[in-house]
Design a protein around this ligand. Structure first.
Ligand SMILES: Nc1nc2c(c(=O)[nH]1)N[C@H]1C(S)=C(S)[C@@H](COP(=O)(O)OP(=O)(O)OC[C@H]3O[C@@H](n4cnc5c(=O)[nH]c(N)nc54)[C@H](O)[C@@H]3O)O[C@H]1N2
Ligand SMILES: Nc1nc2c(c(=O)[nH]1)N[C@H]1C(S)=C(S)[C@@H](COP(=O)(O)OP(=O)(O)OC[C@H]3O[C@@H](n4cnc5c(=O)[nH]c(N)nc54)[C@H](O)[C@@H]3O)O[C@H]1N2
Ligand code: SF4
Ligand SMILES: [Mo]
Length: 894
């Protein structure tokens, strides 16, 4: 354990959000704040950061943190010393393993763990407990890319580097909302577009912010990606745009892949028809790809999260192999990883169908890893993949589960069933940063407080295989401990002290590096043997390093490494394999009951279940409420109005969401973001709606195409409540929690009338306090004071007006009526006009102000930057600025 005095500022570390893996410089400030800027020397971002990185300083307070181990006693969780908590985990696992065998237990891990955490957990389960039941949320995220890589390359290798984006003349973004989900990489792409006229093609059923920079947008029908890329392969063959020499020397299976591609996509018109896009657009895309040597294809969840995700990945890779455009500067397929350490988890072997260090469940690999670990009980076969793992829990086959750094009760498909399954466990252990999330609410037996970003220490690997350090700049709060330490202690208590004698993250990293090099000799892609003998001090100071980094070849901090330019794939014959994909179809049909398709994904300024990003008031302002986006035509059919509410239902569950009517949606498709959970909203846990159909190769669920239906819900009244202790709301109240500068508040929507809310204010909010109120036919407001201190306030009314209360601070300052004797006339002051939804999170600039500036003559985002500063810091809002400028100008011209 490292006794951590706050290090001298600034500390160089890595962003805990997306897989771009930006280097940061952090200066800890007073009172749980920190100033975070981009690290200009880090090769992933060269100093740039996005709105999420820039607001990290707002997310490090200890409010809501899990600070002490807790054990369930009866129905309540009680604080326990570490030794008791660790004993109960070790004893519980041992007992169940002895009774029911090693496959009765499982670990469910996360791409938000550090490599060192992952390594220790994987080693314990696969080498010492003797089961393959280690899976991770990467199953929901990168598994199809992993499976596609392994099928084509013989290993899970990302061939290229970010710098390929600087040298590309064509960038194809398929199933990726890069502008919002990998913003710093997107900025790199748009710079290429400005500097060298790189063309950007976006392929997504939905018009996203990413499309603002697109030279061509193909709004394909959901799930038809393989048709498009099969069509492309056929076109490449017909126009003789193939890399004949590369195909000959370095690949196998081309002919059968082409035959299949012809069956799936016989002609451009067939492709256009199947994908639902214009023939000329398909032709343009094919022509650009065929004639542009420097082409990079980036893809993420629109490709991976599909019951045919692996085929989609291979259909893309096929086109790069067929043109020999792989592993050379400025070209190649590039899977964009989601989480900060999804790649580290893959390196370690944290997926149930991998063993360790890019070795698999073959006899040779099992033997090799077993000797390296000196392991008593090697797992001999693959374990259960996430969806199957939770099904086995529901059937009672898996009886003990340890969840680390993920929130499966909201993020797995059929999340309602997942929550019920968790309740069946004899032992549910959760290592968490926060006291409350949907998984914790399912009822843990042991809660273990884990160190969070800023407190933990180790490494992460980004999308381009670059390993960077996450460093400590905050002391460990309460009794929180690093995840690796917790697992290490449990392993020791299970009787494996010798193999789990790690003193620090560096010890673990060295062993991980040594395993990667063990009997490798160039047979495995993942080799970081050069890092196996770093001293503690060298590990502390380690600069970002891209793998491979075999011993003998000194690691280079910059300068990019690529795989496969000259073949040398990791298949037995060292040739890449073309894969003939299955003809695409979505696993579940729509029907009369569920005529629409629910697509799910992300918004710019929130991260997953919001346990970190949800603490930032600046981030909350971008999209404050859970919503569903719907095409105008479907809105009319269902009687929905923009800014109203709707009930979205699937065969698995129901959510009630704000309505956003948008022609960026296709008719027949809905889109809802995944970020809200039962911890942050009354009815917006999207995972509950999602179908559990999975890909046969990767086991990744089809999270973007569940048959669904939508109906209007009428809530005539809107408002908000702020309270020191939040009371239970009247049944049927729609609510969502939102961070504000004054603390968190609940935004509400309701069909109860103002009188009922006045009663609520008097009877519930003001039970022991004094109340100042303001009553109008369309608006009710109350502020409550207890013992002279502000206790709570409520504002509710018809329309959105009640969501703002500009004089609230003045009311609070005036104090309780018994102090002032006055009825707080400031309450009556009229509200200034709203700034509209916040577009620029850094400077808090709203849409209305931006539109006003355009009407006053601004013609570009740069003009807006000069007048309002919007877009001049992190640049994450530039695509939206661009769209607002274009729309406002178009409207003015009309
Ligand atoms: N702001 C923010 N950024 C994040 C995250 C976050 O939570 N918030 N999470 C990180 C993580 S873990 C991940 S995995 C990445 C995800 O990054 P992305 O994959 O870019 O994000 P998503 O919004 O999940 O989905 C991408 C797009 O796939 C489209 N899509 C749906 N169905 C199809 C289809 O059949 N074909 C095609 N071509 N497209 C389809 C959707 O419309 C959506 O626009 O983001 C990372 N970055
Ligand atoms: N419908 C639908 N479902 C999806 C997706 C989708 O697009 N659509 N996307 C999928 C994808 S790509 C992903 S990656 C998943 C993400 O889904 P999850 O992993 O479930 O989401 P998070 O909110 O990131 O959960 C991380 C949890 O770990 C905690 N935590 C953070 N850091 C640490 C740490 O260092 N140690 C410990 N012990 N705890 C920590 C956080 O407080 C939080 O509770 O969701 C998947 N589910
Ligand atoms: S792009 Fe943004 S969220 Fe992703 S690593 Fe960089 S700063 Fe963090
Ligand atoms: Mo992800």
């Amino acid at each position: 354990m490292n006794a951590q005095a706050p290090a001298p500022a600034p500390v160089r570390t890595t962003c805990p959000y997306c897989g771009v893996g930006c280097g940061l410089r952090v200066e800890p400030g007073a009172k749980a704040t920190a100033t975070v800027v981009g690290d200009p020397t880090h090769p992933a971002n060269f100093g740039r950061i996005c709105s999420k990185g820039a607001t990290l300083g707002e997310t490090i307070s200890l409010e809501g943190r899990l600070l002490y181990p807790q054990i369930r006693q009866g129905d309540v969780m009680v604080r326990a010393p570490w030794s008791t908590a660790l004993d109960s985990v070790a004893d519980g696992f041992k007992r169940i393993i002895e009774r029911d065998g090693p496959d009765a237990v499982a670990f469910y891990l996360s791409g938000q763990l550090l490599t060192e955490d992952y390594y220790v957990a994987n080693k314990l389960m696969k080498g010492f407990i003797g089961s393959g039941n280690v899976d991770t949320n990467s199953r929901l995220c990168m598994a199809s890319s992993v499976a596609g890589h392994r099928r084509a390359f013989g290993a899970d290798t990302v061939p290229g580097s970010y710098s390929d984006l600087d040298g590309a003349d064509l960038i194809v973004l398929i199933g990726s909302n890069t502008a919002w989900c990998h913003p710093v990489l997107f900025q790199r792409m748009t710079r290429s577009r400005q500097d060298r006229s790189t063309r950007i093609v976006v392929i997504d059923p939905r018009r996203t912010a990413t499309c603002e920079e697109a030279d061509l947008f193909l709004p394909i029908a959901p799930g038809t990606d393989t048709v498009l890329f099969s069509g492309l392969l056929v076109y490449l063959a017909e126009t003789l745009a193939l890399g004949f020499e590369f195909i000959d020397r370095h690949t196998s299976g081309f002919e059968s892949a082409l035959v299949r591609a012809r069956e799936i996509a016989p002609s451009i018109s067939a492709v256009a028809q199947r994908c639902g896009v214009a023939e000329e657009d398909v032709r343009r895309f094919f022509d650009w790809f065929a004639t542009t040597e420097h082409a990079v294809t980036c893809y993420s969840q629109g490709v991976n999260q599909s019951a045919q995700g692996t085929d989609k990945v291979n259909a893309i890779i096929n086109c790069h192999l067929a043109t020999g455009r792989i592993g050379k500067p400025g070209m190649g397929p590039l899977s964009l990883t989601g989480q900060p350490n999804a790649m580290g988890g893959r390196e370690v072997g944290g997926l149930a169908n991998q063993l360790a260090a890019h070795m698999n469940f073959t006899a040779v690999d099992i033997d090799r890893v077993g000797r390296f670990w000196n392991a008593p009980r090697m797992a001999e076969r693959e374990g259960k993949k996430a969806v199957a793992m939770f099904e086995a829990i529901a059937r009672g086959e898996i009886k003990a589960l340890w969840v680390m750094a993920t929130n499966p009760a909201m993020s797995l498909p059929k999340a309602g069933a997942v929550r019920e399954a968790l309740k069946k466990l004899e032992l549910l252990v959760i290592s968490e940063n926060v006291e409350a999330n949907d998984t914790v609410a399912a009822g843990a037996h042991v809660l273990l407080p884990a160190a969070a970003w800023g407190e933990k220490d180790g490494t992460v690997t980004n999308s381009e295989r670059r390993i960077s350090r996450q460093r400590t700049f905050l002391p460990l709060p309460g009794e929180a401990r690093p995840d690796w330490w917790i697992v290490n202690e449990v392993a020791r208590r299970m009787g494996f002290a010798e193999a789990f004698a790690y003193r620090n993250a560096a010890d673990i990293f060295r062993e991980h590096a040594a395993l990667s090099a063990f009997e490798n000799n160039g047979t495995r892609d993942f080799d970081i043997g050069a890092l196996a003998s770093l001293t503690d001090a060298e590990f502390e100071a380690m600069a970002p390093v891209q793998w491979p980094a075999p011993a003998g070849a000194p690691p280079r901090a910059t300068g990019d490494k690529r795989f496969f330019a000259t073949g040398q794939f990791f298949t037995p014959d060292r040739k890449a394999r073309f894969i003939a994909p299955e003809a695409p179809f979505l696993r579940e049909e729509t029907d009369v009951t569920f005529p629409l398709r629910l697509n799910t994904g992300r918004v710019r300024d929130q991260w997953h279940s919001m346990t970190r990003s949800g603490r930032s008031p600046r981030l909350a302002a971008h999209v404050p409420e859970p919503f569903v986006e719907v095409h105008p035509q479907d809105a009319i059919t269902a009687g929905l109005v923009d800014n109203g509410f709707a009930r979205v239902a699937t065969a698995h569950g129901v959510c009630v969401l704000k309505v956003v009517v948008s022609d960026g949606q296709q008719p027949g498709s809905l889109f809802a973001p995944i970020h809200w959970s039962d911890a942050t909203a009354s009815s917006a846990r999207i995972g509950e709606l999602v179908s559990p159909q999975t890909d046969p190769y990767s086991g990744q669920p089809e999270a973007k195409a569940t048959p669904a239906t939508i109906a209007a819900v009428d809530f005539p009244l809107r408002g908000f409540i702020r309270a020191r202790r939040m009371p239970e709301l009247p049944r049927g109240t729609w609510w969502t929690r939102m961070a504000t500068a004054a603390g968190s508040e609940l935004r509400i929507a309701t069909d109860r009338d103002l009188m009922a809310w006045q009663e609520f204010a008097h009877d519930v909010l003001a039970r022991d306090g004094e109340l100042v109120e303001f009553v109008e036919p369309t608006l009710y407001r109350a502020a409550i004071f207890t013992d002279g201190e502000f206790e709570a306030c409520l504002s509710v009314g018809i329309g959105d007006g009640a969501l703002r209360w500009d004089t609230l601070n003045a009311v609070i300052a005036a104090g309780p009526p018994s102090d002032t004797g006055a009825r707080a006339p400031v309450l009556l002051a009229p509200e200034a006009p709203d700034a509209g939804p916040i577009v620029c999170a850094c400077f808090g600039v709203g849409a209305d102000a931006i539109c006003d500036a355009v009407r006053a003559g601004a013609t570009s985002p740069a003009d807006i930057g000069r007048t309002l500063a919007a877009g001049t810091n992190c640049g994450s809002c530039l695509p939206e600025l661009k769209r607002l400028v274009a729309r406002t100008r178009a409207r003015a011209a009309a």
